[in-house]
Unconditional design. Structure first.
Length: 191
């Protein structure tokens, strides 16, 4: 792991927000057209995450033929996306909006099409806007062998990050999303 992913002296343990969803509760999608979790992406991962105790989540995603790199095997970038999405959903337990600054991934075993990847992620430390987190993806069940793992640094941002950088068409549509939980996750967690 690079030094950029080692929490500095003065980093603190994460604090679960009092309004975080209860352990076992599904987090839902933060954006209909998110490639990781959105229902509106036919070839997306449709990853479903739920809250765990502490500042942790678990999630599943099944590798389909749309996700291949080598014949019959998941593309590494797709697996990194699954880790990134799972890690990204941790922000909802802290009630902050955060984007990936750095994602360092180990690909330990190939993951065949048809495999359900069992992901788990947790925040390990927080230092100012920097959120340090780690994730694993296992095959064969939540206690199966590790196929992929990642360490990551997320950076807390304000909603302006999306307003200033996203395309107005999608931003306006997302802000008018009638799904209030999804809109809250995307934009209203830390106004
Ligand atoms: C609509 C739905 C919404 C819902 C949102 C949820 C989306 C979930 C999707 C899954 C997650 C994603 O893929 S998110 C998409 C992929 N990620 C992105 O597009 C981010 C692109 N990068 C950026 O926009 C920017 O670089 C930021 C915001 C990350 C940082 O810029 P900044 O705000 O100007 O902050 P900056 O001063 O540079 O950095 C703050 C501190 O973090 C450190 N830092 C920053 N980047 C790194 C790095 N790569 N490696 C090490 N350290 C770093 C700096 O050294 C500094 O430390 P110090 O000096 O304080 O010590």
């Amino acid at each position: 792991m690079t030094t950029a992913l080692t929490p500095p002296a003065g980093a603190r343990p994460p604090v679960r927000h009092p309004d975080a969803p209860a352990p076992g509760e599904p987090l839902g999608s933060h954006y209909e057209h998110c490639f990781g979790c959105g229902g509106g992406q036919p070839h997306g991962l449709h990853l479903e995450a739920r809250a765990e105790e502490g500042v942790a989540v678990t999630a599943e995603f099944t590798v389909t033929a749309d996700h291949q790199g080598a014949p019959g095997l998941a593309h590494g970038g797709v697996l990194a996306t699954a880790l990134d999405e799972t890690l990204g959903s941790l922000g909802w337990l802290l009630r902050v909006i955060a984007v990936t600054g750095r994602l360092e991934t180990d690909f330990v075993r190939p993951v065949p099409v048809g495999t359900a990847l069992h992901l788990s992620a947790e925040v390990t430390a927080v230092h100012g806007r920097k959120i340090y987190a780690t994730a694993t993806g296992r095959t064969g069940g939540p206690d199966g062998p590790v196929a992929v793992r990642a360490d990551a640094l997320f950076i807390e941002v304000k909603v302006d990050h999306f307003i200033d950088n996203g395309r107005p068409k999608e931003i306006q549509a997302a802000m008018a999303d009638p799904d209030t939980q999804r809109r809250a996750r995307a934009f209203e967690v830390n106004p």
